[in-house]
Ligand binder design. Structure first.
Ligand code: NAD
Length: 496
């Protein structure tokens, strides 16, 4: 990336001119077009990036195919050598942690502390898959026919990876890590609001020693560049994270060549609190579970389901804790919640706050822009808590993807499970109770891929992550993710 002097008043003085990474080189879009990238804390343009389209995806697929088919290339390297390259990549990401975190913080509006955590997380994911590369192997199977039967785990070939704007670097690592460990070549498309850290990852991948064409980063709109990846006949698999409706469209496009598809989609996750829980611990930790990253988190615990006898106490503790959340400039180490990623996302969240009030829910705190004049230019929304919510209101059913939580009372364990499941989503959730039997019965009853008890922790690099129902298909992270990027070949040998 290079920088160029300020040309217009609404741009930042150090405006970045970002390029795609295709075939081992930094390149412009085939037709030379670019798009502006905003800095949400100031509303200024901080960068331009190439407006890639179908032709750029074709170029990237050709480069990735050539790299995959190279008789001495990436997919023929020993698994240990591939692992060592991933380890070098992980170390480079760690060495550039502060730079990557600053870039991500500015582009996403994410507090710098969270952005550092994300960069470190990406490095650790690459480290995990560096170790996994030479532990991907098949089986021998005692078939009835006399002979030897065994399986091989082989890379799929060229894979398309499409990621959203909320955790750009982390989502990229969740896909690149296992795809590369298994020996695939990759085309990654970041979301247009937040392409910068992913482009930088692509540059660092070249420095780490991935051969040209193994890691390609194509920027451009979802409807053109993204759709070209999802529908491309030269791509064998598409892994997508984003909105459920986009995932549905990707499945339709992927049907074109019966591409393998894995999807990590939206959520409306319940935070279930029984009256016997440690309510103070719940209230201390739970604002983070819904307001972190300004609520732009697929696992956000956006519905608090609370046993009626503890309802008023939980409301009081949670509202108190919410008032203490520090909203401010994302570059400040003390900031806990920054601006929303983009004015369009802020407007969407403000619409939902209006919808909640119109539906008759009671807004107890937040839901407005902060009064601080220093924050006036940014896309800030103060964390909002609604009480008096019923599970059929839109604010309780639809993914808002902002700092908004709905508190809903329940009377019995059965009702808690029924309310938790009364959504098309099934990504994550938490259960708080000192009665471990009740907590585990509830966990078994909730239809979601990622649950936690007396905690809101959803993501562990070593453990599977993904959704039930309309929250997705497949499991990322851990060794489960390797399944998403390999084919199984069965070979029978007649020993007679
Ligand atoms: P989005 O669906 O709008 O976009 C995601 C990506 O898909 C972007 O790169 C976009 O350019 C691309 N895209 C858009 N239309 C496309 C099309 N027709 N064909 C191919 N690609 C297309 O999602 P977003 O707004 O960037 O992200 C927010 C959503 O992501 C939320 O719903 C959130 O819950 C979800 N999410 C899920 C997880 C998870 O792991 N389950 C993680 C993070 C975010």
């Amino acid at each position: 990336m290079t920088t160029q002097p300020q040309t217009e008043p609404q741009t930042t003085p150090d405006r970045i001119v970002a390029k795609m990474v295709v075939g081992g080189r930094s390149v412009d879009a085939a037709d030379g077009q670019t798009f502006d990238v905003l800095e949400p804390a100031t509303g200024r343009v901080m960068a331009s990036a190439p407006l890639g389209g179908k032709e750029d995806v074709d170029r990237a697929v050709a480069a990735a195919r050539q790299a995959f088919d190279d008789p001495k290339g990436w997919s023929t390297w020993s698994a240990s050598k591939r692992g060592r390259t991933l380890a070098k990549f992980s170390a480079l990401v760690k060495a550039h942690l502060e730079e990557l975190a600053r870039l991500e913080s500015r582009n996403v509006g994410k507090p710098i502390s969270g952005a550092r955590g994300e960069a470190l997380g990406a490095s650790l994911v690459f480290e995990y898959y560096a170790g996994a590369a030479n532990k991907i192997f098949g089986e021998t199977i005692p078939v009835s026919k006399p002979g030897l039967d065994f399986t091989l785990r082989e890379p799929i070939g060229v894979v398309g990876l499409i990621v959203p704007w909320n955790f750009p670097m982390l989502m990229a690592s969740w896909k690149l890590g296992p795809a590369l460990a298994a020996g695939n070549t990759c085309i990654l498309k970041p979301a247009s609001w937040t392409p910068l850290s992913t482009i930088r990852l692509g540059e660092l991948a070249l420095e780490a020693g991935f051969p040209a064409g193994v890691v390609n980063i194509v920027t451009g709109p979802g409807g053109t560049a993204g759709a070209a990846i999802a529908g491309h006949a030269g791509i064998g698999k598409v892994a997508f994270t984003g909105e459920t409706t986009t995932g549905q469209e990707i499945m339709r496009l992927a049907a074109n060549n019966v591409k393998k598809v894995s999807l990590e989609l939206g959520g409306k996750s319940p935070n279930i609190v029984f009256a016997d829980a440690d309510l103070e611990k719940f209230a201390r930790e739970s604002p983070y579970s819904v307001f972190d990253n300004c609520g732009q988190d697929c696992c956000a615990r956006s519905r608090i389901l609370v046993e009626r006898s503890a309802h008023d106490r939980v409301v009081e503790l949670f509202v108190d804790a919410t008032r203490k959340v520090k909203v401010g400039d994302p570059s400040d180490d003390a900031t806990e919640v920054g601006p929303m990623v983009h004015p369009r996302q802020r407007d969407r969240v403000m619409d939902y706050i209006g919808i909640g009030q119109d539906e008759g829910a009671e807004l107890l705190v937040g839901g407005t822009a902060p009064e601080d004049p220093d924050l006036a230019a940014g896309t800030y929304v103060l964390p909002a808590v609604f009480a008096g919510v019923s599970n059929d209101m839109r604010i309780a059913r639809e993914e808002i993807f902002g700092p908004v939580v709905s508190i809903i009372p329940f009377d019995t364990e059965e009702e808690a499970i029924r309310l938790a499941n009364a959504t098309p989503y099934g990504l994550s959730g938490s259960i708080w109770s000192r009665d471990i039997g009740r907590a585990l019965r509830t966990a078994k009853g909730v239809q979601a891929g990622v649950l936690s008890v007396n905690s809101n922790s959803s993501v562990h690099t070593e453990a599977p992550f993904g959704g039930y129902k309309m929250s997705g298909i497949g499991r990322e992270l851990g060794l489960h993710a390797v399944e998403l990027y390999t084919e199984t070949k069965n070979i029978f040998v007649d020993l007679d």
